[in-house]
Design a protein around this ligand. Structure first.
Ligand code: ATP
Length: 194
């Protein structure tokens, strides 16, 4: 069986960029967020559960997940959001398990912002954290998404503090300089895992 390496980082840390480098080095990466977006449309059991929780309007007339409706419905309703996550997260976990079984490389990577929050690192052989100074992360997301400083900062404040993540991670990539440096660090870490 493949060894699973968890890859994580907060908003704008550069985890997706690192994941792309990892793919360039020949290792498969499971993108949890992207998969979650697909399975709300593809997984029939999950669809039923979501409709039970949020009503049939969670899906439009073509049976496609209505992201705006759901966002509005769970906005300011922490419990409902939690219930929704309690349905979606296990479905992603199962989808990941199916995916892993199909992999043939000795190492596979699972990219997720919530590795430590959901305690997924406990199912991993190693965990890799991508981190960078707050200001750099904010600036990068502002450039990428056209968000304001304050908007990015408020997302960041809701995430697990870097200090705690640093304590839990096995390997840390400091993304404070340029992309060449980021790629070099990624290469070193990937090929040093044994
Ligand atoms: P999110 O959780 O918000 O999706 P992320 O952790 O996946 O963020 P990326 O999307 O990889 O982060 O990086 C954020 C932005 O910063 C991207 O536009 C990326 O191209 C850019 N970036 C990342 N690292 C660097 C770097 N070292 N130098 C310059 N730009 C960078």
């Amino acid at each position: 069986a493949s060894k699973i390496i968890g890859l994580t980082g907060g908003i704008g840390s550069g985890k997706t960029t690192v994941a792309k480098f990892i793919e360039e080095f020949g290792f498969p990466v499971y993108y949890s967020d992207d998969r979650a977006k697909d399975i709300v449309n593809d997984d029939e059991d999950l669809k039923i559960k979501i409709k039970e929780l949020l009503g049939s309007d969670a899906y439009d007339k073509d049976g496609i997940y209505d992201r705006k409706f759901v966002a509005a419905k769970v906005f300011n309703d922490k419990e409902l959001l939690q219930s929704l996550n309690q349905i979606i997260h296990p479905a992603v976990r199962l989808d990941f398990e199916d995916w892993v079984k199909k992999q043939t490389k000795y190492l596979v990577f699972k990219e997720t912002a919530l590795l430590f929050e959901l305690k997924l690192h406990k199912q991993c052989y190693r965990s890799v954290l991508v981190t960078a100074e707050d200001n750099l992360r904010i600036k990068r997301v502002m450039d990428r998404d056209g968000k304001t400083y304050r908007e990015v900062q408020s997302v960041m404040e809701k995430q697990m503090p870097e200090k705690e993540k640093i304590k839990l991670a096995n390997c840390i990539i400091y993304n404070n300089t340029n992309l060449d440096d980021l790629k070099d660090q990624t290469e070193r870490i990937v090929f040093e895992i044994e």
